[in-house]
Design a protein around this ligand. Sequence first.
Ligand SMILES: *[C@@H]1O[C@H](CO)[C@@H](O)[C@H](O)[C@H]1NC(C)=O
Ligand SMILES: *[C@@H]1O[C@H](CO)[C@@H](O)[C@H](O)[C@H]1NC(C)=O
Ligand SMILES: *[C@@H]1O[C@H](CO)[C@@H](O)[C@H](O)[C@H]1NC(C)=O
Ligand SMILES: *[C@@H]1O[C@H](CO)[C@@H](O)[C@H](O)[C@H]1NC(C)=O
Ligand SMILES: *[C@@H]1O[C@H](CO)[C@@H](O)[C@H](O)[C@H]1NC(C)=O
Ligand SMILES: *[C@@H]1O[C@H](CO)[C@@H](O)[C@H](O)[C@H]1NC(C)=O
Ligand SMILES: *[C@@H]1O[C@H](CO)[C@@H](O)[C@H](O)[C@H]1NC(C)=O
Ligand SMILES: *[C@@H]1O[C@H](CO)[C@@H](O)[C@H](O)[C@H]1NC(C)=O
Ligand SMILES: *[C@@H]1O[C@H](CO)[C@@H](O)[C@H](O)[C@H]1NC(C)=O
Length: 790
Amino acid sequence: MIISRFMLAVLFPSLFMTISVCLGDDTIFANESLSADQTIVSAGGVFELGFFKPGKPSNYYIGIWYKQVTPRIVVWVANREKPVLDRFSSELKISNGSLVLFNESKIQIWSTNRSFTSSPAVKAVLLDSGNLVLKDGSNSSKPLWQSFDHPTNTWLAGSKFGYNKRTKTKNILTSWKNSEDPAPGLFSLKLDPNDNSYVILWNRSRRYWTTGSWNGRIFALVPEMNRRKNYNFNFVTNENESYFTYFDDNSSSTTVSRVVMDVSGQMNQPYLGPTGWTVIWSFPRQQCQVYALCGTFGSCNENSLPFCNCLKGFEPKSQTDWDLKDYSGGCIRKTKLQCGSENPANGKRDRFLEMSRMSLPENMEYVPVDSMVDCESTCLKNCSCTAYAYDKECSIWTGDLINLQQLGEGDTSGRTLYVRLAESELPRPKRKKRITIGVVTGSSAGLVVLIGLIVFLISRRRRQIAGTRKALGDSLVVFGYKDLQQVTKNFSEKLGGGSFGSVFKGTLPDSTIVAVKKLEGVVQGEKQFRTEVSTIGNIQHVNLVRLRGFCSQGTQRLLVYDFMSEGSLAARLFHPNNSYVLDWKTRYQIALGIARGLLYLHEKCRDCIIHCDIKPENVLLDVEFCPKVADFGLAKLVGREFSRVLTTMRGTIGYLAPEWITGVAITSKADVYSYGMMLFELASGKRNSEQIESDGKLIYFPSMASTIVIQGGDVLSIVDGRLDGNADREEIERLCKVGCWCIQDDEAHRPSMGQVVQMLEGIIEVNLPPVPRYLHFFDDDEENVMFFAE
Ligand SMILES: *[C@@H]1O[C@H](CO)[C@@H](O)[C@H](O)[C@H]1NC(C)=O
Ligand SMILES: *[C@@H]1O[C@H](CO)[C@@H](O)[C@H](O)[C@H]1NC(C)=O
Ligand SMILES: *[C@@H]1O[C@H](CO)[C@@H](O)[C@H](O)[C@H]1NC(C)=O
Ligand SMILES: *[C@@H]1O[C@H](CO)[C@@H](O)[C@H](O)[C@H]1NC(C)=O
Ligand SMILES: *[C@@H]1O[C@H](CO)[C@@H](O)[C@H](O)[C@H]1NC(C)=O
Ligand SMILES: *[C@@H]1O[C@H](CO)[C@@H](O)[C@H](O)[C@H]1NC(C)=O
Ligand SMILES: *[C@@H]1O[C@H](CO)[C@@H](O)[C@H](O)[C@H]1NC(C)=O
Ligand SMILES: *[C@@H]1O[C@H](CO)[C@@H](O)[C@H](O)[C@H]1NC(C)=O
Ligand SMILES: *[C@@H]1O[C@H](CO)[C@@H](O)[C@H](O)[C@H]1NC(C)=O
C-alpha cells in the first residue's frame, strides 16, 4: 500500500511538525522542501513564511506574515492567482536554481523564474525585514531574487519602491481582490517615472490620485507622509533607478508599520502600537474619491456605511462579493429596460428617476437641444441612453454608468441626474411628473404653453448674444499663418514661454504692437477651436487681456492678443533690480484688479470660465500698471491634456489648490486658491517657494504671514523689505487675511471672487481666518522629517 504524504500528515501531524523544525529555521536549502503546515521563521522571529488560507474557500497560498501578530497580517503572497487546494501534497522548493511552487499534481504553478546553473548551494532565506531572498553560495550581497522586488499589496519598511531605469521595470502594489482573495484587484500604486510622482490607478489604467512630483519639495502636498517623526521616507534618484524607501522606527521592538494598497482603493499606512493597528494616513483621503469604487450603477456616499449602494432599481451583481466589500462587480437592473418593446397601455415603458446632488459620471455627450423636455426625449429615443442631465446644456450617457457619487446636503457642486429605469421600478409619479409626461405624449394645452416658453427662451437667448456682439463693435480678426509670420518677423522676438506655447512680439501693418501666442498641444478640430476662440473673443473686461484675432490653419493654432508694455507681474515682482520695485499702493491696486478680472470670468460672462492657471506669469501689466489676466479660456482649448500639463509643470505647482491632486472636480474655488497664493507674493515680493529663515528654522511665507496676522503681530514685518515700511498697515492686514481665506484647504471655506473684491475694497469686514492646515507642511521645523530629493 502506498501511503501518500497527505495520509502521513493526517495520521502523524506531529511528524510534520518535527520535520518543520529540521528545516533551517529561516532557510529553505536545496535539499529541502516546504509543505503542509511547515513554516520558516526569520532569525529574529519577526516574519514567518508558509501556506495560509485567507478566507472560507479551501484555497491555500504561500505567504509571509508577522509571526507575533494576530489576527494574521499577510504582507506578501507568492501564488496570488493560483491557489492550491491541498497544501499537504503541494511543495515549495528549490528547483534548478529557482524557488518553485508545485501543486498537487506536481505541476509548477509559481516560480521565481530564474534559471541558473543548478548550484547545490542555492537557498531561500527569510529575513527579519520580511524579505525572502534567494542566494547562491557566493558572498555576493546581491541576491539572485528577492520578494522585495516583487511586492504584492504591501510595501515594507526598508524595501525600495520605484523604477529601475536599466531594466525598465517598476514595482507595483496591487490591492487584493477582496479580504479573502489575494488575486490582483482593481487598484494599484506605482511610481510614474516621467515626473517621479506616485499614482494610484483603477484597472491598471485610469489614474485617480497622484502625489504630484516628488522632485524638490513638492512632496509636501502629501503632508501626513512626513508627519510622524519615526517614519523616514527617502526619495532617491540616480542614473540607474528612482525609488522611495522608508525606515520603520526601530527604537522599540514592538513598532511595526507597513504601507498597503488596500482593497478599498486607498493607499494607507497602518501602524501597530500598544493598542492595536492605527492608520496614520490614507490616500485619497475620502473613500468616495476612489474611482469607480462602487462599480457600474453603484453610487458612493461618504456619509453612509457601507459607502457603496446600488442605485434605485438596481441590485448587486454578486451579493457575496458585495458582502466582502468587493464592489467592483457593480450593480445590475432588477427589471430590464422596456425600450424597443414599449407598451404604454400596460405601463411598459421607461421613465427617469430623478437623483439630486450627484457628481456626474464621465463620458457624457452633449446634445444641442435647448430644453429639459427635449433632452429627456432625446435620451428616451435611444435605447442605449441610460441617463441624462440638464443644466443649461443637455448631457446624455450611454451604456454603464460608473463613478457615481451622492454628495452631502451642504455640497453645492452636485447636479441632478436622471437615470433611466423601467417604469415599474419607479415610485408612483408625482404630479409634476405627470405634467411632463402629458407634454411628451402630446397633451395639447401643455404643449402650447411649453412651446411658447421654449420660443421665448430661445429668442431671449438670441437677443442676448446679438447684444454682446453689437457691444463688441469689431469682431475677431482671422489671420493667415503667413500674415503672422510676417507680423512677428518669422517669430524672431520671443516674449516668453507660457504654459501652452511660446509668445512672440509682432507689429501689425497699422503699427499696433501685438503678442502672438503659438499654441502647443491643442487637439481640437478647426470648428471647435473657432467656437472656443470666439467665446474667448467675446469676453472683454478692463482686467482681462483682450484677444484680437486668431489663426487656425492646418495644425497651426495661434492667438493674437493686445501687447502689454510692462510685461508680466512675475517679471516685475521678482525682478532682482531694486529700481523695478512696485510700491504698495500699486500692489494693492493690482490685487484688486486681478480679483475683478477673475470675478468677471467666474460670474459675469455668459459661460462661467475657470482660469485654472492663475500665477504671476499670467498677469500682465499695461503701461499704467493696470493688471490684465492672460490665458483665460485656454484650459478648455487644450482640453484633457490640461491637467496633465499643469501638474507636471514645476512653476505652477505652488499655486495649485489641493483638489488638483486629489482628483475631485475643479471649481472656480481652485482659482481662488491660486489667487490667494499670489496675494502673499504681492506682499513679500518673493516667490512663496523661497523659504525664509526665522529663529533658525526655515518657514514657508504664507504660513508665517498668516500666523502674524492672526496673532496680531507686526504686519509691517511681513511686507517686502525693499518698500522700507512704506505700506498701509490696514491694507497689509486685509490683504493677508483675504489671502489666508483664499487658501483654505476646504474649498467651501474659501470666499468667492465677488467676496474677495468686496473685502479688498473694504466694503465687507474680514474675519480672522484659521491657518490653513496644509501650509504647515511646507515649513521645515523639527516636527517634520525631511524627504531627500535630488
Ligand atoms: C541540507 O543541506 C544543508 C547544507 O547544505 C545541511 O546543513 C542540512 O543538514 C541538509 N538537510 C538535510 C535534511 O539533508
Ligand atoms: C532542470 O533543468 C534541466 C536541464 O535544463 C531539465 O532537464 C530538468 O527537467 C529541470 N528540472 C526541473 C525539476 O525542472
Ligand atoms: C495543478 O496546476 C495545473 C496548472 O495550473 C492544473 O491544470 C491542475 O489542475 C492543478 N492540479 C490540481 C490538483 O489542482
Ligand atoms: C514565470 O514562469 C512562468 C512559467 O514557468 C510563466 O508563465 C510566467 O509568465 C513567468 N513570469 C515571468 C514574470 O516571467
Ligand atoms: C564569505 O565570507 C566569509 C566571511 O565573511 C568567509 O569566511 C568566506 O570564505 C567567504 N566565502 C566566499 C565563497 O567568498
Ligand atoms: C478593466 O480593463 C479591461 C481591459 O483593459 C476590461 O476588459 C475590463 O472589463 C475592465 N474591468 C472593469 C471592472 O471595468
Ligand atoms: C549604476 O550601475 C552601474 C553598473 O551597475 C554602477 O557601476 C554604478 O555605480 C551605479 N550607479 C549608482 C549611482 O548606483
Ligand atoms: C535603526 O535604523 C537606523 C536607520 O534609520 C539604522 O542606522 C540602525 O542601524 C537601526 N538599528 C537597528 C537596531 O536596526
Ligand atoms: C444612441 O446613442 C449612441 C451614442 O451617441 C449612438 O452611437 C447610437 O447610434 C444611438 N442610437 C440610435 C438608435 O440613435
